[in-house]
Ligand binder design. Sequence first.
Ligand code: FES
Length: 56
Amino acid sequence: MYVCICKGITDQQIKTSIAQGAGCMRDLYKEYALGSQCGKCVCTAKQLLNSEKQAC
Ligand code: FES
């Protein structure tokens, strides 16, 4: 599923980044420029960050 349509970023890409150490939105922004256009993906990305961090 696409989380960020503007940049074409999927939930799998974000989950992989989290597994490799991304811990906050700043990390995802640095890697993908996530949220740099319309910003609609930020909420979903934050939810993914929270749920994946709890899974670690
Ligand atoms: Fe991510 Fe627009 S959907 S910046």
